[in-house]
Design a binder for this molecule. Structure first.
Ligand code: CP
Ligand code: NVA
Length: 331
């Protein structure tokens, strides 16, 4: 396995063995962090974080992971760089690659992060695009494995917008890790055929299955993990809220849904989540549509079946593994 100098653009770019290894490296780093073992391996390296969308977890995870590895970090927000407005992606990539040892990008089109990788001769890491969120899927699987002790024979059920970035990467990671995946949502919001076919082929080779269905009863007695995400993702038109609420309300994760799954089933969510009225967006939705909870009820979110904060912590350990492996010199 060779990771040196590679980009981290999407889950399907890596073999099952490579992803397995990333999870193992992340576990080691988590232990180092917990026991205070120094791992400042790269005191001479610097990386840059380009964010065209907002972030709490991803930005902080990249920053803390970089500091823990001894590296310097520069954060550029959407207004702070020339990229896209005054300078092409190709020119930006070439300039940044002269100054930095690696580039993280969060933004809109997958093509942008792919192009950055094409033109930069240093590793480029995808911190979320409209199409995928691969570092999230790594953290999700570390969390699932820690909780159940093993991934063998597990079924992950994703409820809601089954074609969003988080769902796409979760489906791909499930396939690669040989875990069964059920994407449960309305027929209008189903994954792209090409991606689905690729994931199904990988899952078959790994001995698991990928099912996309509008039928919530497909979770009954089978799901070990109930996963959901926001109903409208960053960058989507806010005018779509009304339509999305209608389409996705039947897939809200309630205690009844949790009780449909296995008695040992856990709840997961990438965060941020609209589970109460403590955010300005959720209050606006409440005023306009009368909903006080959206993709998950507050009861489930705050229950002892919820792994959401462990999952958030694992963003940092898994991102650190990706940084370490791709920045480590060859051999
Ligand atoms: N889960 C996740 O990517 O969170 P942020 O948007 O806060 O980075
Ligand atoms: N699907 C969400 C994930 C946020 C981490 C979004 O893109 O807004």
């Amino acid at each position: 396995m060779e990771f040196a100098g590679r980009d981290f653009l999407q889950i399907l770019d890596f073999s099952s063995e490579e992803l397995r290894y990333m999870l193992d490296v992340a576990k080691n780093f988590k232990q180092y962090k917990q026991t205070g073992q120094n791992h400042k391996y790269f005191p001479d390296k610097n990386i840059v974080l380009l964010f065209e969308k907002t972030s709490t977890r991803t930005r902080c995870s990249f920053e803390v992971a970089s500091h823990d590895l001894g590296m310097g970090v520069t954060y550029l927000d959407p207004a702070a760089s020339q990229m896209g407005h005054k300078e092409s992606i190709a020119d930006t990539a070439k300039v940044l690659a002269k100054l930095y040892d690696g580039i993280e990008y969060r933004g809109f089109a997958q093509k942008t992060v792919d192009d950055l990788a094409k033109y930069a001769n240093v590793p480029v890491w995808n911190g979320l695009t409209d199409y995928s969120h691969p570092t999230q899927a790594l953290a999700d699987f570390l969390t699932i494995e820690e909780h159940f002790g093993s991934l063998d024979g597990l079924t992950v059920a994703y409820l809601g917008d089954t074609r969003n970035n988080v769902a796409n990467s979760l489906m791909a990671m499930s396939a690669k890790m040989g875990v069964n995946y059920i994407g449960c949502g309305p027929t209008e919001l189903q994954p792209d055929d090409k991606l689905l076919e690729k994931c199904q082929a990988v899952a078959t080779a790994q001995g698991s299955s990928i099912t996309i269905t509008p039928d919530i009863n497909s979770l009954a007695g089978t799901a070990d993990v109930i996963y959901t995400d926001v109903w409208l993702s960053m960058g989507e038109d806010k005018a779509k809220w009304g339509e999305r609420i209608k389409q996705l309300q039947p897939y809200q994760v309630t205690m009844q849904v949790m009780d449909l799954a296995k008695p040992t089933a856990v709840f997961m969510h990438p965060l941020p989540s609209f589970h109460d009225l403590e955010t300005s967006v959720s209050r606006e939705i409440h005023d306009q549509y009368g909903l006080s909870e959206m993709e998950v009820t507050d009861e489930v979110f705050n229950s002892d079946r919820s792994l959401v904060f462990e999952e958030a912590e694992n963003r940092m350990h898994t991102i650190k593994a990706v940084l370490y492996l791709t920045l480590k010199p060859k051999g």
